[in-house]
Design a protein around this ligand. Sequence first.
Ligand SMILES: C[S@@+](CC[C@H](N)C(=O)[O-])C[C@H]1O[C@@H](n2cnc3c(N)ncnc32)[C@H](O)[C@@H]1O
Length: 461
Amino acid sequence: MACGCSTGWSPLITKAKGTGRGRRGGERRTSRRQTPAVDPRPLVVDIRSIGAGGDGVADDDGRPVYVPYTVPGDRVEVRPVASVAGGVRADILSFEAEGPHRVPPPCRHFGTCGGCALQHLDDTVYVDWKRGRVVEALARQGLGEVPVGAVVRSPASARRRATFAARRIGRDVVLGFNAAKSHLILDLAECPVLRPALVALLPSLRDLLRTMLEAMAAADVVVTETAAGVDLVFVMGREAGLDDRERLAGWAAENDVARVSWQGAEDVVEPIAARRPVTLSWGGADVAIPAGAFLQATAEGEAAIVERVLAATSEAARVADLYAGCGTIAFPLAASAKTVHAVEGEAGLVAAIERSAGAFSGRVSAEQRDLVARPLTVPELRRFDAVVFDPPRAGAAPQARMLAEAGVPTVVGVSCNPATFARDARTLVDSGYRLREVTPIDQFLWSPHVELVGVFSRDGS
Ligand SMILES: C[S@@+](CC[C@H](N)C(=O)[O-])C[C@H]1O[C@@H](n2cnc3c(N)ncnc32)[C@H](O)[C@@H]1O
């Protein structure tokens, strides 16, 4: 028998207005991915844990059943819908009992929007789960003894950067995030995760896009809140016409945003209206941020990362910052280090560092380099007392192998992927490093993502 959900919230998914929109980043999907057929007969399962993707996990005769929006203790009737990772994913048909840690989600879109997976968990279980993701990733690499600290959290309404997806449907434009486990777009009306200034732009952006998108045409809009105002990149998949430029310039002025840029069919990002300089201050440097550049998702998360890196490297005179972005970590490092060498793959970001490095009288240098194809070599690494690396999700396997051989006294890893961090940590530990501590950092509230900072030193140092 189905019980009423005492939180007053039903996770049964009703589809958002359909758009058939492709992936974020301007790519279009042309075919649906085939998933192996599953037996769709309903099952009643008990949710025992939460899996890496944030779904509740039950056991059905030794086969894992992943049920989105459930909590441990839920007993649910479900319908299997797809084969996944040695088990099945199932949709909820009804609740028979409700687990003790279920809470009402703060957002009306929860259960439909693909942005959040965990708003229905009480805070204690949520934070334990995030920390547990880091502990488990380390344990899978035989690093289960490493001390893992408390999760450093970013509050609600703190995320300063997002990519909205848009599509013209008839006379309307749907604008928001991709719907959960779908390529449809959810037409976003509120978001308790994003900075309010980003949410406030949604209605006006919809009106603007209605004038720029033809029938069924799609676009992405990358929005970043900075101290100068909001910085937007319209990823349109076509070149900007004169009309587009005039409209965008007018819209930028009406909405008092800092900058509007256009990305066409190529990867080139062209400024259309640069109304105020878009700069961020790090360690005394005012860095002019290129449109669409990587930034840590929240100012609070960024501060926590920088604080831990500085604490671990305070004794180091010569420091390298690998995967440096715009210098978020490199410039603060220059407060205590004699020299800081920033290495980054994207030319525009290297140029941004170089423009601001002048104020440091040669103590901050920057180098453009692909650290996968050409990691810093052992002799190059041995010039440093400490090395910081902050790679994308794939991790830094080639660079970790060089670091392992070089034996730099202090290494600090910053990561958005505990699994690849743990793999790279294993490489360092096998060569004689000790992973002294790991701090989980939660910048992606209510999502399955968790970031971390890990500090390594040579045994005995
Ligand atoms: C996670 S971000 C970190 C940026 C910076 N540390 C920060 O905190 O803002 C990773 C950075 O690595 C750069 N990157 C990605 N692949 C790279 C590669 N193969 N070689 C060098 N840099 C790369 C990206 O452009 C990005 O700036």
